[in-house]
Design a protein around this ligand. Sequence first.
Ligand code: 5GP
Length: 139
Amino acid sequence: MAYDSNNIFAKIVRGEAPAFKVYEDDHTIAFMDIMPQVEGHVLVIPKEGGETIFDISDDAAAALVKTTKKVAAAVKKVVDAPGVMLAQLNGSAAGQTVFHVHFHIIPRSGGIDLKLHAREKADFEQLKALAAKIAAAIV
Ligand code: 5GP
């Protein structure tokens, strides 16, 4: 399937759609998932367009992992989670629903179950406030 440059994450890269950003550099953007599976669910995308990890350059993949590591450390600290799950789905058979490659940063704590994937929108004011805290915790 050809990459659709009108997908929502490509629009976020171009500034055509809003996002609660927590981090941005020349190659990547991290922002809050609007349908979080748990508090602190953040997405990280490369600015380079590609459906899956197999469709982007090695340089873009390296930048994606570097930003994911940096932002995940801040998420872990802000929500005070003992664990962090990093997930990256390739293809609809793997559960991918937005076809611009991305990592999920999902903080995990014992006894807090994950909500269903991409189902329920969070309160935007709360997302905005959490995004600001995570942004401030990035080193
Ligand atoms: P995937 O299923 O492709 O691995 O993950 C896509 C993620 O994007 C889901 O967790 C879903 O909640 C999230 N998502 C879908 N539409 C939007 C949107 O418009 N903005 C943001 N920030 N997240 C979105």
